[in-house]
Every structure is written in C-alpha cells, then in structure tokens.
Ligand binder design. Sequence first.
Ligand code: ARG
Length: 491
Amino acid sequence: MKKKALNLFTLILSIFILMPNLAFGQEDLVDDGVIDLGTSADFPPYEYYEKDEIVGIDPDIVKAIGEYLGVEVKLHDMDFNNIIASIQSGKIDGGAAGFTVTEERKKSVNFTDTFAKTSQVVLVKKDSDIKDIEDLADSKKIGTQLGSIGHTLATDDFGEDYVQAFIKVPDAILSLQSGKIDAVIVDKQIAQSYADSSKDLDLLDSTYLEEEYAIAVNKENPLLLEKLNEAIGALKEDGTIDQIMAKYEGSEEIEKTDGIIGRFKANIIENGGYKYLVDGLKTTLLVTFFALILSFSLGLIIALVRAANAELGEELHGISGILLKVMDKIFAIFISIIRGTPSTIQLLIMFNVILVNLDNLILVAIISFALNSSAYMAELFRGGINSVSKGEKEAARSLGLSYYQMMKKLVMPQAIKNSLPALGNEIITLFKETSISGFIGLADLTRGASIVISQTFDAATAYFSAAIIYLVIVLLMEKIFKKMEKGYLYA
Ligand code: ARG
C-alpha cells in the first residue's frame, strides 16, 4: 500500500519536473510542414463557422497562402483574447483573426504585410437615441470584444466603467439586442454582417479610425514572416486576394423567424445547430468522465496519505516517517494552490505554459480538470475518513488489525459512504466546470452553443438548449447518486 502510493508520488513528481522541459522544446514548425494559426471564428465574414468548417476571408487567404508555399496551414479556433499569448508561448505559429496592426501589438508579435482595410464602427439598436459617436459619451454602456482594438478605443475614450468586454462577439450582440448595453464597437464588415442578419440592428454612419488587417506571426520565426509576406505579395499581385474579398462582399441575408419556438425549430433543428450541441456534449462527457476517474483516484490517494500521516506520522520513524510527512506537506500545498486559484486560470496555464506542446485539447482539459477536482475530492474523502470515530479505530487496532486492515475493512467503507453526498456534488461541479473548456478552444457543449450563435446570430435558443442539456444530465446524475446512496445505506 505504502509502496504503491510512493510509486504514484514519484510518477507525479517526475511529471512536474519534466513538464517545464517539454514546454521549452522549440521546434521549427515550418520544417514540420504545418503552419498552425489561431483564429476566433466569431467574426463574419472574416472567420465564422459554416457546418463544421471555419470559413471566411482569413481562412481563404491562409489556404491560398498554404497552396502557394506548398505548406499545410491549420486554423485553431480559440478566444480572440488568447491568440497573441498563444503565439508568444509557441503554442501556435501565428494568428489569422482579422488582426489590426498596431504599434502596441508589434511589441509582442510580428505582422505580415497588410491585405485589407477596415475601420471600427458603432452598432446600435434601430430605435436607439445614439446617432453619432459623440452620443456614446452620455454614460452609455458600450460592448466590445475582449482584447480587441474596439475594446482599447472604447476604454480610452469613454472610460472603463462604461465598457463591457465580451469573450465572443455574438455575446456582445446579444447583450445589445436585449438592451443590457447600448452599443457595440466592432470592425465594420462584421457590424454590417450582424446588421444584415437581424432586423433590429443599425450601424452608425460615422466611422472610428481607419486600420489594416494582417497576419500575426511569432517574433522568433522571421523565416515564417518572410514566407508569408512573399505569398501575400504574390496573391495580391495575381488578384487572388481581391477575388476572396469579392466572394464575401454583400453578406447573405438570413431569414429571420419570430418567436422562440419558431427560432428554435429553424436554428437548432432545421439548420443543424443541434449537431454542434450533440458533438459538444460528447466532448463534455468525455472530459468529465476521464477527469472524474483520475481525480477520484488521485483524490483518494491524497486523502489516504494525509490520513496515514495524521495517524501514523508520530509512530513511524526513519525514512518512511519522513516520506509520509513530506508527501503530506506537498499534497497540502497542492490543495491550497488548486483551491486558491480559479479553474479558468489553471486551465489556461496548463494550455499555454505547462502542456504547451500537447496538441490534444481534450487531454489538456482532462488533466487540468482532473488535477483541479482531485484537490476537492481529497478533502472530501479526508472528511469521510475523519468521520469514523477514534474509538472504533482504537478498538480495531486493539483487536490486532494492522493499520492497512483497519483502513480497508473498517474505515474506508464508512468513509466512502459518508462522502457520497459531497462526492455527488463534486461530480456535478466537475461536469459543469468543464463549460470553461472553450477558453482553450475545445468545442465542448458551451462552445458548441457559441458556434451555433455565430452562425445563426440567435443566442437565446442556443444557450437555452445548452442549459437544458446540462440540466437534464445533472438531474440524471442526481438520480443515480440517490440510487447509489440508498444502495449503500441498505447494503
Ligand atoms: N480588428 C480587431 C482587432 O484586431 C478585432 C479582431 C477580432 N477578431 C476576431 N476574430 N474576433 O483587435
């Protein structure tokens, strides 16, 4: 028993020691044959989803670049706000996400030659009293995308208190439509695209700043910058870029159905939105399931080690006593760190720092959520173990049971039973917590809903559908836990 715990401990320790080394393993991704670019597919016509595919001006341009260079180019959907950080960490080679070239950003990434002009505009509701940019100064609530130029502009001009930052553009649009904010500052073609597809939105005539788009590139890869520029130059010259722009001009009008039921039928059922929700649900369940198995095991081990230290620490001398104490300390610190930091930050650190070279997003999520949940599991198991009375334990020991036998026969069955209600809670929390997976671009259920919204511009039906799915699963889980508790009670 002690030996097993020791082996696992060595394993965990070596993972932690090895990880930073993995993180620094730079590889030349151009030689590798694949240029990985981050995007944020919430930005029609520049990047958005059509069926399962990210389409738009940027995807078409990078595809043409790839063909020109004879290199595979892969787009990775993530939050706009994370793209530059991911480029810097080497997670991706660059970003094609309607990136405006700015001096500030040039400190962090390189930019290719520009290939399109745009401007920031103001999107309002049709009946709005905002007629000009100046009207925004009137204590209006302004929505922007986090990390975008629109966000910087709005906070500089109107003050942070009046600006709300959204991770995804459609969320800002929804807030505008529901009247929570008064305006959205966003790039012109994108605003036009949203205005075209919903009858209650309008664009102010005055524009905010002329600007230009380019592809962002990792500063440490000048060769890639050079190659991309060469390709962009050629594609400008032979008219390919103009053709791509023309293809997306005049966004298609989406037919609008009224009434939430009608919209549900149109957007979720008929247009195939449910597919993203179903696929997302699969991912959510997969992540939850494996994270649960890992966190359950790890939590149990941590609890057992810590309980053993509490009980035997004094008795044991020599190396095993010291080892137990050290492990207890390490686990205590681990639990404090996990409980003391937001799970979103933990996930982002896993993705951007520790597991930067692990491309499998599902695995990154599983590891991150497993570690997170294991800390809580450990504490609830420890509570369960402690709930077994001292007297009972002493009786068992005086009957001649070894510590191991006592734990196995007397303590753990009771401990698990006493932990069941809290364990049920933790599993439900874990399941719902996975909804932050979208932060690293994993298409879980919540992200699936966002994808549906970016296609249909209808947030209500997509979010309600996702919420109902979460609820149904949680209710199912509760039923199962009840059954298990009962089974345990009368066993
Ligand atoms: N052009 C703006 C910027 O660079 C907004 C870009 C947002 N892109 C996106 N794919 N959501 O800040």
